[in-house]
Design a protein around this ligand. Structure first.
Ligand code: MG
Length: 235
């Protein structure tokens, strides 16, 4: 294993799905409010971070927020599982062939695959499964591990060591995501970062926040592979 590749989920591999509405529903059920959810910036934040921000805006204190979290997550996950049956996540362009190519490289011992996402680990599993992806969850950093995304690459690296018996140095790790917060969490950990403009940020916006490499999308498998593995865009 020469490199550890850590993918974000929403806006990077998948889009759509019912998560926002299910999240809103669960917040209202547990706390009586979802705060200013319609105007809130979600991109790249962890689920607990989003919940805390919205609830603080609604005037709820951290003690009450924390006491409600276990029920919030139980309700959210149950709603998500049911909601995804009716409205599964959609694969973004090129994701299936890209992951197939990377899985071959993983089997050949070239790369290790993992996730860094603000989703709770169980939500990540539900979303991936709904779109037919079977990325293993064992190597990853999730919103259920820490509220701050910047902490998640380090957690994923520890899990990669447990899984593969190898300590990946920062320069051997690549964080791949669709928002400036993905780029920032990679940079905070000293990794290489690849931005993909399939979420709500443009190529220019991702370049401006310091991503090492940015692609429009993953539809050109060979190019996406080269950028992810080597940072080299040219053939
Ligand atoms: Mg994302």
């Amino acid at each position: 294993m020469k490199q550890l590749l850590l993918f974000d989920i929403d806006g990077t591999l998948l889009q759509g799905g019912p998560a926002k509405y299910v999240f809103q529903d669960a917040l209202v059920r547990i706390y009586g409010t979802a705060g200013p959810i319609d105007d809130w910036e979600f991109s790249g934040k962890t689920d607990p971070q989003i919940a805390r921000e919205l609830l603080r805006e609604a005037g709820i204190d951290d003690g009450e927020i924390d006491r409600g979290f276990p029920d919030l997550w139980t309700g959210y996950l149950a709603g998500l599982e049911a909601g995804l049956r009716k409205r599964p996540m959609e694969l973004l362009p090129g994701v299936t062939p890209l992951l197939a190519a990377l899985e071959e490289l993983e089997e050949a011992g070239e790369v290790a695959l993992g996730l860094v996402t603000g989703n709770l680990v169980l939500a990540a599993g539900l979303k991936l499964t709904s779109a037919g992806l079977r990325l293993p969850l064992a190597v990853g950093g999730y919103g259920s591990d820490h509220e701050e995304r910047d902490q998640l690459p380090g957690i994923a690296v520890v899990r990669a060591r447990e899984t593969w018996g190898r300590s990946f140095q920062s320069r051997e790790v690549v964080v791949i995501g669709d928002t400036p917060r993905d780029v920032a969490c990679g940079r905070a950990h000293g990794t290489r970062t690849v931005g993909v403009a399939t979420g709500s940020f443009t190529v220019e916006a991702l370049e401006a926040c310091g991503a090492d490499h940015v692609v429009e999308n993953f539809s050109e498998t060979e190019q996406a592979l080269r950028v992810i593995l080597t940072g080299d865009r040219a053939a």
